[in-house]
Write a protein of this length. Structure first.
Lengths: 234, 194
């Protein structure tokens, strides 16, 4: 792998490979926790904390973990940090913890975190991995905050609970359908602004998941393709 | 008792649909729904694994509570589910090759599907009994399958012809907007089973 400057590692996740808006990863928490700005920030920062810590630990252990069982090892490391974050939130921000509910434990299966462990932390030094974690986490948080701000403003006329326009609310944006809609429009705006160059992922599929090559699905897909070929030959 | 179970089941299938109103399992919902056949397979696999995961994790949670280490829930559940999926796959390969062929390729995907972990954690936090939580998990799986199959129908029928769609919306954008319209129609069920 070519050597990259520290700054480019840091900014990579914020713009060029923004995990949600460019790579389309972590869509579940992105849609679910963006109904208000404060929830979005809480979710983004929790995920960032887990991402940085797990990147550092996995990078430290990258020579110790046997290759065959690396995915379960990553999951255990990540789950440990998620439990820690959950404790911190319960103690110091019980309201946010309650609002985010099941999505805090679900950080464990957030594909951004597992994906960065697999794609970056197990190949790079501790410092680089920490920087990558910060960049990717900030990218996720910024995208989530932007979406949260749009949905909260249009849905209630407030921002962070402060009224901006009194008696203004379009309830649709606060509800689940509004999440899908705003996400779709955000992606369309990005596509229009960059003439279709921004989006790395051409659609939602297994192939764009960073785990694709290590997951059995890749193997299974090949098996299916081979079977189809055999069937066609018959 | 029976009425209660029916309310839980219908509530999670229609009102609080896992995909369309709780945003669980979105990645696979959007990823696999491009073909009707694969969405039926994936839906079936999710129902299957969800029920089995619930059957196992509920007793595990009682055990954790007994030793007062309930805070280990997240770590233990994800490991139990991952191990379970592996075992189910091995078992199916040996004894149920036909079923394995139909569902097999989707099983590994499911380990990191947030719908499975979400259903098990939700059932615990709602304080459901064993039977109730299994019904809840079954309903969650069925709801996921219903949403996915309906959406696959829409995508196969309407979204394959991309010519009529404005360029920036082509691909991902229009899929999300259609999902939004579908979620909106599911909101019509709000308040039905309560």
């Amino acid at each position: 792998m070519e050597k990259k400057s520290k700054l480019s590692i840091l900014t990579n996740g914020i713009i060029k490979e923004n995990p949600t808006l460019v790579l389309l990863l972590g869509t579940c928490p992105f849609l679910a926790t963006s109904s208000s700005l404060i929830n979005a920030l809480g979710m983004g920062l929790s995920a960032t904390a887990v991402l940085i810590c797990s990147n550092i630990v996995i990078s430290m252990l990258r020579k110790v973990i046997p290759d065959k069982v690396r995915i379960p090892c990553y999951i255990v490391v990540i789950a440990g940090f998620v439990t820690l974050v959950q404790f911190v939130l319960q103690a110091y921000a019980p309201d946010i913890n309650k609002a985010l509910g099941v999505f805090i434990p679900l950080i464990v299966v957030n594909c951004i975190i597992l994906g960065r462990a697999e794609a970056f932390a197990n190949k790079n030094s501790v410092v680089d991995s920490a920087l990558d974690g910060i960049g990717m986490g900030l990218g996720f948080t910024l995208a989530l905050a932007a979406m949260g701000a749009i949905r909260e403003f249009l849905g209630t006329g407030c921002l962070l609970g402060f009224t901006i326009i009194p008696n203004f609310s379009i309830g649709f944006f606060n509800l689940p359908p509004g999440g899908f809609f705003v996400f779709g429009v955000l992606i369309a705006i990005m596509q229009a602004a960059t003439k279709g160059k921004a989006l790395k992922a051409k659609g939602f599929s297994c192939g764009l998941c960073p785990m694709y090559n290590s997951c059995n699905t890749a193997e299974a897909n090949e098996e299916v393709a081979a079977e189809k070929k055999a069937a066609a030959a018959v | 008792m029976i009425v209660n179970l029916i309310v839980i089941f219908m509530g999670i299938v229609l009102v609080n649909n896992f995909v369309l109103s709780q945003f669980l399992g979105i990645c696979s919902f959007l990823g696999v729904s491009n073909k009707m056949s694969s969405s039926v397979g994936m839906g079936g696999a999710v129902v299957f694994v969800m029920v089995i995961a619930e059957l196992v994790t509920w007793p595990v949670m009682q055990l954790l509570n007994k030793f007062e280490i309930g805070y280990l829930q997240t770590v233990v559940f994800i490991l139990v589910i991952a191990a379970l999926v592996q075992f189910v796959e091995m078992f199916m390969k040996k004894y149920l090759p036909a079923l394995q062929k139909a569902l097999g390729i989707f099983l590994p995907l499911i380990t990191t599907n947030c719908a499975i972990l979400g259903a098990t954690i939700n059932a615990i936090s709602y304080g459901y009994s064993y039977v109730e939580s299994v019904v809840y998990a079954f309903g969650a799986g069925v709801g996921y399958m219903v949403a996915m199959v309906l959406f696959a129908g829409i995508r196969e029928e309407k979204l394959n012809n991309m010519d009529a769609i404005p360029t920036p919306f082509k691909g991902v954008g229009i899929i999300l907007v259609s999902a939004s319209i579908m979620a909106l129609s599911f909101m019509g069920f709000t308040g039905m089973f309560q």
